[in-house]
Each structure stands twice: as structure tokens, then as C-alpha cells.
Design a protein. Sequence first.
Length: 107
Amino acid sequence: MYLVLQIFGQLPQEHPTIEQLGKDFENHVMLWHTAADFFRIRPQWTEGSFVLIDPELMSANMDKWVRASAKCAKLLVQSPKIAAEELKRQIVEFNVTLLILHIGYSS
């Protein structure tokens, strides 16, 4: 980028507003990715073959999604906060179902 600016005879400039925008949308991006991952993988776990499920990966994903959705629900405001709270509710509810399945499968 700086080479292009030098070619046109301009001095490189800082753009703190653009950098701040990236930081401002970090939690929105986390919410989007968490929701996309959860809603993409959940049908594979609920409708796919039980023997193909990797329990370690499932546990790691659920932990990651619970933490991410809780963080988003805490930090976001207005409509995104409502979406994050609903996502968190669905993830926690699904996690309880998985725990029941795990206990039943282990017995």
C-alpha cells in the first residue's frame, strides 16, 4: 500500500477510524461465526450417524460456542444483543441435551 502511495507522490497516512471500526465489529463477527458454525454442525450431530461423531471435537466446539455466545450476549447491545442471547440459549439448551446423551451413552 505504501508503495502505491509513493508512486502517486503521497505520504503514507494512518487511518485510526478504519482500525477502530474493525475493533468495533469484532464481537459482531464473533457472533456471526459462532452462529454459522453452530447451525451448520448441529444437524450433522442430530441427524447424522451417531458413530461418526467425534466426542472430543464436539466437546471443544460446544465449550467454544458457549463462551463466545456468552461474551457476545454480555458485550453487544440492542438487536445484536437479543440475537446473541437467543443463540446462547439455543447453544446451552443443546449442550444440556448432549450431556444427557453422553451420560446415557457412557452407562
